[in-house]
Design a protein around this ligand. Structure first.
Ligand SMILES: Nc1ncnc2c1ncn2[C@@H]1O[C@H](COP(=O)(O)OP(=O)(O)OP(=O)(O)O)[C@@H](O)[C@H]1O
Length: 450
């Protein structure tokens, strides 16, 4: 079934659904495009429409081979749509779910592409704010790069900021996906370019390890770990690569590298990584998730996207309880590489399904107090956890990851068809990709120093 979007575009077939709306395969005056049609509740928000128009030039200005280009913004009656470059392939989350881990050279090549996209964005004064595998699309039609990695393109620039109404961007709420949130965001500081570097290092770690450095368990526990825990080197990882990841995961934003430095260093490392196999990492059995609450305050936790409906003012509360086992050893050493399998991003809260989405990705909650982060009188950290000791909560992640995989298989049909029709080859076909993509939401900011 085809539908008109504005006067210039026709949407033919659904490629996928995200928290902000539905992405269609469309046709425009210059050929095929991807059209992200925002959710009705977002499209009917007058303030949002105004900002949408205001941000138009910022969104349209980013022109880089590793950025999914925004071609047009359409405001037409009830339709609010973002017309994008069509990427024929899959997204990095799907790739990772299929392969579990990615060998160092292709992982570094993908990260280098994303770093270059970020360098271009940061130079233009744009902070992405939601770098994660769902927002990296892999172009299956372009020639493969080092280690057979397909070229990677970063997408969803600007969407988070757009759907993020002013009242939800106050300093007391956190916007983003917990596993990838830099500690300064958890502490309530405004997001600068360095948050993207932290998220990129988290993604690179995840590509190599199969799980994120601070993921697992309740989202609140994940946030706390960003602030209080540090990571141990992954077994078998080349020193230089680890050094880079470690530097970019620095708690102090100023200690992280800039995007162009990350890109340059990764490119330099690529020849040395050639032929290295995936890291051999054991994952311990997961433990059941226990409900958790920050200091029992029960502060409302708002959600974005996925039907989070912040724009309509609905709130979602999490269950009360405690994560008594999540360790918090400030400045202490690593969580190790075991006891973790939270590969997929953990939503901060589970939101009601919106009209266009059945995913939880782009969410927000209040900033935890210092006492809560430190595990003080009202805090939640109880006992230090030794390296290798499992972290609470990952069974729930495994279940939700499996549910998400099932959902993607269903939703992925559209993208899979495109991939098949286009004769998807190279790295994607060779490793049997499923042909589905996924994305969340980011933000346009004024120029920031990384
Ligand atoms: N430019 C594009 N080209 C091809 N397919 C795309 C493009 N952008 C998005 N898609 C497809 O649409 C799906 C949904 O994308 P969208 O950005 O709306 O959501 P998401 O990132 O999966 O989730 P969320 O927005 O909740 O984080 C993706 O999984 C992908 O399959």
């Amino acid at each position: 079934m085809a539908r008109k979007i504005g006067s210039r575009y026709t949407a033919h077939q659904i490629l996928g659904r995200g928290s902000a709306g539905t992405v269609w395969l469309g046709e425009g005056p210059d050929g095929p495009v991807a059209v992200k049609l925002l959710r009705e509740d977002l499209a009917s928000d007058e303030n949002l429409v105004e900002r949408f128009v205001q941000e138009r030039s910022a969104l349209l200005c980013l022109d880089h081979p590793s950025v999914v280009g925004v071609r047009d913004l359409v405001v037409d009656g009830n339709d609010l749509a973002l017309v994008m470059q069509l990427v024929r392939g899959t997204d990095l989350r799907t790739r990772l779910e299929h392969d579990r881990r990615i060998a160092p050279q292709p992982a570094a090549a993908i990260a280098a592409d994303v770093a270059e996209a970020l360098a271009a964005a940061h130079a233009a004064g744009i902070v992405h704010r939601d770098v994660k595998p769902e927002n990296v699309l892999l172009d299956a039609l372009a020639p493969a790069g080092p280690g057979g990695a397909p070229p990677a393109l970063l997408t969803d620039f600007g969407v988070a900021k757009l759907i993020d109404s002013p009242r939800t961007t106050r300093a007391t709420s956190i916007i983003g996906t917990p596993d990838y949130l830099a500690p300064e965001i958890v502490e309530g500081l405004p997001p600068r370019a360095s948050v993207d570097i932290y998220a990129l290092a988290t993604v690179l770690y995840e590509l190599l390890a199969g799980f994120t450095p601070f993921g697992g368990g309740h989202p609140g526990a994940v946030l706390r770990r960003h602030v209080t825990e540090s990571v141990a080197p992954l077994p078998g990882i080349p020193d230089e690569l680890w050094l880079l990841i470690h530097q970019c995961l620095a708690k102090a934003p100023a200690s992280r590298l800039r995007a162009e430095e990350v890109a340059a260093r990764l490119r330099e490392l690529l020849p040395d990584l050639e032929g290295l196999p995936q890291l051999d990492i054991d994952e311990q059995p997961e433990e059941p998730y226990e409900p958790y609450e920050y200091g029992g305050s029960g502060a409302p936790q708002e959600t974005h996207g996925s039907g989070g409906r912040t724009s309509t003012g609905d709130h979602v509360r999490t269950a009360a309880g405690h994560d008594g086992r999540a360790a918090s050893t400030a400045g202490g050493h690593g969580t190790g590489v075991h006891g973790r399998s939270g590969r997929a991003a953990v939503p901060l809260v589970h939101s009601g399904a919106g009209p266009d989405s059945n995913r939880d990705t782009h969410t927000s909650m209040r900033v935890p107090g210092a006492d809560e982060l430190a595990g003080g009188a009202h805090g939640t950290a109880r006992a230090p956890r030794a390296v290798g000791e499992p972290r609470a909560g990952s069974a729930r992640n495994r279940a939700s990851a499996a549910a998400e995989r099932r959902r993607r298989l269903k939703l992925g049909a559209g993208a899979a068809v495109i991939a098949a029709v286009a004769g998807v080859g190279g790295w994607f076909a060779a490793s049997g990709g499923d042909g589905e993509t996924t994305q969340p939401a980011p933000a346009v900011e004024q120029p920031h120093e990384p």
